[in-house]
Design a binder for this molecule. Sequence first.
Ligand SMILES: Nc1ncnc2c1ncn2[C@@H]1O[C@H](COP(=O)(O)OP(=O)(O)OP(=O)(O)O)[C@@H](O)[C@H]1O
Length: 257
Amino acid sequence: MTVIQARDVSLTFQTADGPVHALKDVSLTIERGDFVSFIGPSGCGKTTFLRAIAALETPTAGKLEVADMTPDQARRQRAYGYVFQAPGLYPWRTIAGNISLPLEIMGFARADRLQRIARVLDLVDLAGFGGKYPWQLSGGMQQRASIARALAFDADILLMDEPFGALDEIVRDRLNEALLDLWKKTGKTIGFVTHSIPEAVYLSTKIVVMSPRPGRITRVIDSPLPRDRPLEIRDTPEFIALAQQVRDGLREGHSYD
Ligand SMILES: Nc1ncnc2c1ncn2[C@@H]1O[C@H](COP(=O)(O)OP(=O)(O)OP(=O)(O)O)[C@@H](O)[C@H]1O
């Protein structure tokens, strides 16, 4: 079942220095339960594409459908959760309070909110930390809390814009494992922006390689790796070959010239 469909999506920003073609003729189909990574050098339109899916930007041409709706309808139906690069937690609210906020805005009853908060804290392995304040948690724990917040209203789609970019490699490894586990448990469809080839290959069922000026898709690689992936899978020939394909795709786009 198709969950996200982009057909010839283009998006041009008008700036003082002239038009910036952030996306040009981007076509992509994302199926239910896919884990799709977007990888490419700075400025290739990864964030713009994710924001267009989330109705935070409007394409200048082409068609974009999210759960059979326009992005705007999907936003109003709360069809997805969105995780930003920085955790963006309010320091004056506890972790539970932060997770509760969007639920309060959406009008969930208190008992329902408490139940949902407990469930998502458990999912991201933060059970027992609901009463802490963000500054009492490590960076990795804060990012997990922000994922919990995006999961709390149980949308089928999770959009994540480089959520682990600012974290060190050891923490990132652990969060990658935790995210895969969560994806397997919940069956959600995930769109994930990253700069890291190993992260994209480790997490994804589909890797979308993009290139800049104008922002476009140069390659879509379907992963043959099994869904069960211990971290050690990164040392297997299959993983290394896949990483090489991504690298070739990035080079094809002249991304690092
Ligand atoms: N609001 C905006 N106004 C004008 N130009 C913009 C705006 N947002 C993005 N751009 C431009 O659009 C292009 C694509 O940006 P985008 O942030 O989507 O790239 P990205 O691949 O996510 O980059 P990064 O990896 O650095 O986050 C860039 O050239 C950027 O400068």
